[in-house]
Design a protein around this ligand. Sequence first.
Ligand SMILES: [Zn+2]
Length: 472
Amino acid sequence: MRNLIFFVALFLFHVYVTGQTKLSNETKAYVSYEKGTYLLQNLTLIDGNGTAAKTNQDILIVNDKIEKVGADLIAPENATVINMMGKSAIPGLVMLHEHLFYPKSTPEHIYGVDQMSYSFPKLYLAAGVTTMRTAGSIMPQSDVNIKKAIQNGNTPGPNMDVTSPHLDREGLGIYELGAFNSTEQFVNAINFYADMGVTSIKVYNFITRNDLKAIVKAAHARNMKVTGHLCSITYREAADIGIDNLEHGFFASSDFIENKTDGECQPFEMHKSMLNLPIDSEKVTDLIAHLVKKNVALTSTINVFEPYTNREVVPGGGIDALFTNSKDKVYKRWASKQGKDSLDYVLFNKSKVWEKMFFDAGGLLVAGTDPTYDGRIVAGYANMRLLELFVEMGFTIPEAIQIASFNGAKYLEQEASIGTIEPSKTADLVIIDGDISKDISAIRSIETVFKNGIGYDSKKLFAAAKGLVGIR
Ligand SMILES: [Zn+2]
């Protein structure tokens, strides 16, 4: 008994002295600022609210919180003062379509994906992502374990909202996806995944309206939101059923197919309908108004649709992150598409306009990168690229950052604690070497990523994943 009391006392002492998380040696290797009191001085600040940048701003971080923000703050006695003249601060990014899987590096033309447990969490954090939703998983148990390992300080990475596997009926034929054939099975799956530690739900191409009704009801009963990459169901139908979020801008919208076969997924018709639709069509503005009225968030993954001609092989500059086989595959595909992707450009340009219209109409536009498709989209690099593309779409630089930080936090209902740089919020912020208020591509020069008050060395995190994307 005395031993037990002694042990409990020792344990409590340990928790009290070290705080809740004790970093592993693996994690420590990437830390440049341990938890403490820091006064960061003379930054250009974009706070995440969408308002204009401010110059000569100081940020006082005390442990895991932002204590004060403003000009000429007085340093507390115990503070480490760091002059950051010439650097910028933005909030930690909150991105909502960040899978932990990536296309297989095998040369066969089978479409499939592998889990990137080692490289991807590091790459997301390196690029300033401090909170992410996975928006679909192939190994939910692995995603849940990674989330815990990050929380415990065992491995570096963002805070995670782990999403269920892509819930679907038979149809796509991708080996990593499962399929159910009754509404009851979907409901059982939702409760099974919620018990496992999953915190949000993703639905996919071939579900029925009854499936979606039951899924939304079951998920909401477990306090989880539902997002969808749809095909069989239109955006309008899904909004009426009560879906919370739609993925891929308007690319997965079957609302514009003339004489759509009820409940069927018709990808070619969908593609054609959007190519034919005039950019200022009333059908688009009506749908946007409906989604805004129904409070449905829209995730822009516009980076996935970036054309090939005269664009980077791996947008964001991540070619060296790739394993040799993956690099060859991605490069060949990119080279073969040069000058042959004029239709991609048509849809890309329309989508840019439509997504901005949704934002301008008061819709909650959120950001996600979706590292799938042909391997060109690489965790971390894609997050930086997406911000550049938002500016290419016509958003101001503060708006681009707002979409990728505050808006994501709002969707996750965590805006009281994350998403902006303001007093009393969690110390999640990104330090950039350069003036991002003048040029969004300064995002490619991230120096430090503070997450829960701990500063991680972005370059070290990027370096750790070099050559590994495609294998682990
Ligand atoms: Zn996806």
